[in-house]
Design a protein around this ligand. Structure first.
Ligand code: PMP
Length: 388
């Protein structure tokens, strides 16, 4: 009998959940454009607005504050602009300050020259240095500039949860603007946009069990917001032009609803992750768990094994029926050195061995037990190859 595969790469993308699939397929069979005034159009509009309310609820926002985008990459790109507004008046941030561990889509922006971009360093656990942020913000302010700061809520590689509220305090005290990439945190820890005190928040549907190709920029009430990135139509209240992908948006709403309802099960997932961490480090006693001392997402485990190539390990696990990821960023099919581990000061050799295991809400104990058995075999073989 062939055994089913074990998928442990939820931080890369989560499989479509049944509720989202139903919403997607139902909406795909409707003909309407959500901007049309006829019955078909209004039926499509109803789905989009229902989803908007569901996505808003996941982050404690009002429905009208949600702007659907093609994904979090676009949401980040929209926010990282020198063109913002506050109460209808233009605001022009001069400098972009980003954490050194942001996702590549928020690490820099072509709309800020290299010399106008600064990075907030992180400590060995991957947590941003708030004193360094305060200094960077003060330097920009003292020189008559206005800082735009991006700090993610949780890291995709290590799961580290950043002190976003404290960072936002520092930024707003100097009149700056604050964007937060909440892609990995959404559905895994509770999020309230007002409590976070950020101006904007980025979300992605496919990390929640929705479809790929849709996300949202959420605007905090009464705060500044960026100018649209894509113009040429009045969709999304003139904030993002282009026909709304009704089916993908509807599935996003379903996924957000399920994610919100499932938040109270996250402690169970953290327990599973902790048990897995204990098992794997027992089997591989040289393994180094990254960010183990920091506050982490409940589902993420990043670890390195000195001397093991992460790329080789990922392939070996794949052949053994398990999908995990290397800690290194990989968006082109080519594995590059992880800028996250580098920023944490992890030695290049150890960084090259970084593996990321990320659990989902439906990951079972049985799957993890099987994974531990596979780990023992795969790592045993890789160790022999190294010795031989
Ligand atoms: N930010 C983070 C933290 C991510 O993990 C990702 C997805 N890898 C993105 C942004 C980009 O999201 P999307 O795939 O929706 O463009």
């Amino acid at each position: 009998m062939t055994q089913s595969r074990i998928y442990l790469d939820y931080n890369a993308t989560a499989p479509l959940i049944p509720e989202a699939q139903d919403a997607l397929l139902d909406a795909l069979s409707l003909p309407g454009n959500a901007s049309s005034v006829h019955s078909e159009g209004r039926a499509a509009r109803k789905l989009v607005e229902g989803a908007r309310a569901d996505v808003a609820a996941l982050v404690g926002a009002r429905a009208k504050s949600v702007v659907f985008t093609s994904g979090a990459t676009e949401a980040n790109a929209t926010a990282l602009t020198p063109n913002w507004f506050l109460n209808g008046k233009p605001l022009t941030p001069t400098h972009l300050i980003v954490s050194a561990v942001e996702h590549p889509s928020a690490l820099k922006s072509p709309r800020f020259a290299g010399e106008m971009t600064r990075q907030i360093p992180v400590d060995g656990q991957g947590v941003i240095d708030l004193a360094a942020l305060a200094q960077l913000v003060a330097e920009v302010g003292d020189a008559g500039g206005l800082p735009l700061v991006a700090v993610q809520l949780a890291n995709n590689e290590t799961g580290v949860i950043q002190p976003v509220v404290e960072a936002a305090d520092i930024v707003h005290a100097r009149g700056g603007l604050m964007h937060c990439d909440a892609v990995q945190a959404a559905g895994r820890i509770p999020i309230d946009i007002a409590a976070l005190q950020v101006d904007t928040l980025a979300l992605s549907a496919h990390k929640l069990g929705g479809a790929q190709g849709v996300g949202a920029l959420v605007l905090a009430e009464g705060r500044a917001h960026p100018a649209p990135l894509i113009t040429g139509g009045g969709q999304e209240g003139w904030r993002r032009a282009g026909t709304e992908p009704v089916a993908a948006i509807s599935a996003f709403g379903a996924a957000a609803r399920v994610a919100l309802a499932g938040l109270d099960r996250m402690p169970e997932i953290a327990t599973r992750r902790d048990r897995l961490q204990a098992e794997l480090t027992r089997l591989s006693n040289q393994a180094v768990v990254f960010s183990s001392e920091a506050r982490r997402l409940p589902n993420t485990l990043a670890l390195g094994l000195p001397g093991v190539s992460a790329e080789t390990a990922v392939i070996a696990f794949d052949l053994a029926g398990v999908a995990i990821s290397s800690g290194s960023a990989c968006s082109s099919g080519k594995v590059a050195a992880s800028h996250v581990l580098k920023a944490m000061g992890v030695a290049p050799d150890l960084a090259r061995s970084g593996l990321r295991i990320s659990l989902g809400a439906t990951t079972s104990d049985a799957e993890l037990e099987r994974f531990v058995e596979v780990w023992a075999k795969v790592m045993g073989k890789l160790a022999m190859t190294r010795a031989g």
